[in-house]
Ligand binder design. Structure first.
Ligand code: ADP
Ligand code: ADP
Length: 218
């Protein structure tokens, strides 16, 4: 079973001085349950690729299947449905609702995905957020918000997780604990995982690596 299948994908942005390519003819596959690290320097297109894979950014050329759905035929509503139920997205601005506590945010994610919240309560603790469940997002640190965003994704029980620098604002020790939790969760769920990272230690924990600086042929 293929989780993601990208073939000949090209993407450029229009700037004042013409179209600037981000990547040309990018191809890769991710099997169900596999993890892939996207590496490459800042500006190499990691975030752009994650945005494309969850349907918030379009492409110029090529084709892609995400969880068996043909990207070219999905409507905006269908993409939104996928993000609600099957494709969990952890981006840097973590999508926490400011007027809801961390626990309420996580519970909302579970509700939207039609999942039960019960099994998730423990994950807040496993992600080092025990005792912070009733805090509001502006009452915790950036790193704690990032972990709450991860708990939200666990809560929805997705088939594919797209994570942009999921440990980017954490100290080394916490980053390792969060990566432990993420990979443990991913293996037990058998879900696909694509993460963008500068952290080579994190990248090495993934089954495979795609280096966008090398034109995505890695
Ligand atoms: P990374 O995540 O690897 O740092 P990005 O995907 O953010 O890379 O950016 C890839 C390239 O695309 C960069 O050159 C960036 O300036 C450019 N880019 C990203 N988003 C836009 C946009 N909305 N408009 C124009 N250029 C953009
Ligand atoms: P959907 O797939 O339900 O449309 P999106 O991820 O596209 O969900 O988000 C819909 C809107 O709800 C966005 O504006 C998003 O920022 C906002 N939102 C913010 N936090 C949450 C949350 N915890 N749960 C659901 N939606 C949220």
């Amino acid at each position: 079973v293929t989780s993601v299948n990208v073939s000949g994908l090209s993407k450029s942005y229009n700037t004042g001085s013409g179209a600037v390519p981000v990547f040309l003819d990018l191809s890769f596959q991710l099997a169900a349950g596999e993890s892939l690290a996207l590496t490459g320097p800042s500006g190499s297109g990691k975030s752009t690729l994650l945005n494309i894979l969850c349907g918030v950014e379009g492409v110029d050329d090529g084709s892609m299947q995400v969880l068996g759905r043909d990207g070219a035929t999905l409507t905006a509503d269908q993409w939104a449905g996928l993000r609600r139920r099957r494709v969990g997205v952890v981006f840097q601005d973590s999508n926490l609702m400011p007027a809801m506590t961390l626990e309420e945010n996580v519970k909302l994610r579970a509700d939207l995905a039609g999942r039960s919240f019960g099994p998730v309560r423990d994950w807040l603790a496993r992600l080092g957020l025990a005792g912070l469940e009733q805090r509001y997002p502006d009452q915790v640190s950036g790193g704690q918000r990032q972990r709450a965003a991860l708990a939200m994704v666990f809560a929805m029980g997705p088939d594919l997780v797209l994570a942009d620098e999921p440990t980017g604002s954490l100290d080394r020790h916490t980053a390792r604990d969060v990566a432990d939790a993420l990979f443990h969760w991913q293996r037990t769920q058998g879900c696909g995982l694509i993460l963008a990272t500068h952290d080579l230690a994190l990248a090495e924990r993934c089954d495979r690596r795609l280096d966008l600086a090398e034109g995505g042929q890695g």
